[in-house]
Design a protein around this ligand. Sequence first.
Ligand code: FAD
Length: 305
Amino acid sequence: MHDVIIIGAGPAGLSAAFWCEELGLDTLVLEQAEQVGGQLHRVYNPIGNYLGLKTRNGRELLELFTKDVDEAEFDLWTEVSVASVDLKAKRIALHSGESLQAIALVIATGVRPRELGVPGEKEFIGKGMIESGTRDRHLFAGKDVCVVGGGDAAVENALLLAEVCPTVTLVHRGKRLRARRELAERLRSTHCITVFTESVITRIIGDEDHVEAVEVLRKQGLKPFQIAVRGVLIRIGVAPNTELFKEQLEMDEKGFVAVNSEQETSVPMVFAIGDVSNPLAPTISSATGAGATAAKVIANRLNVR
Ligand SMILES: Cc1cc2nc3c(=O)[nH]c(=O)nc-3n(C[C@H](O)[C@H](O)[C@H](O)COP(=O)(O)OP(=O)(O)OC[C@H]3O[C@@H](n4cnc5c(N)ncnc54)[C@H](O)[C@@H]3O)c2cc1C
């Protein structure tokens, strides 16, 4: 029996773990990936908005976050596969057969990129699917590309790719872009970018080795048409990793966990922190802050101080 089990070791889970340790709580952290850090592994751009620290990318910030992890007193298990969670009983079953229990559970499972769910999307990974404009644009320099989405991330990536690609086609399902005004204005004044609103990608097409085109369907159009591209980057938002907890606690319609100001969910002594419970302002600083809040509340409840 542990005081606290934290599921997920991104910025939120790591912050909660260090705080739990400081507050004298017996803590176990479960991470499904080989390494801790969550989305920080996918941040290739410089991070300049975490108070007091500027880093070249997410990995550099992660190194700072984890420099004391080897000496930490909390238990950290990586490559763990959780089979089921009984939130009321605070019991976790692992696929390895082990059963774990705690007084408090902390859900810090974060989010993952949403997928289009169209043919070709998975098949062309490594053959034309672009993971990051910052990281991959030199690979696509001189090639025509397509970006899917209409928010800040999609437009930022379209602008980055436009610096090196002859044409960038932005395909957005909605009527208007959701990106902030400054980005949308830059987009409009970048001549090599063509925007298709109220349009969806229905298929990504190519041969054995690479992407050759995307198939686009306009809302008013009767038939899809093809645009020749060599790269496709998808930024259509994120989905919370909450499948394990479905029907056990309150969530919004997209599956983000509802919490109160103490980060507690609708199940007593079950907390949710970071992006998984923060659809409005998902940032590293709010994730680490929420980790501190949850740990303090748990420590107060358990009277360990
Ligand atoms: C490209 C990019 C750029 C960004 N730039 C910035 C920026 O400049 N500034 C900023 O503040 N934020 C930025 N962010 C957002 C920031 O990375 C997130 O807000 C932050 O990582 C959220 O931390 P988290 O711990 O809540 O979730 P995550 O980082 O998503 O971590 C969740 C962890 O939980 C694990 N997990 C999931 N399910 C399970 C399970 N069932 N069992 C065990 N473990 C599980 C995952 O493997 C992962 O390690 C960026 C994100 C991206 C993708």
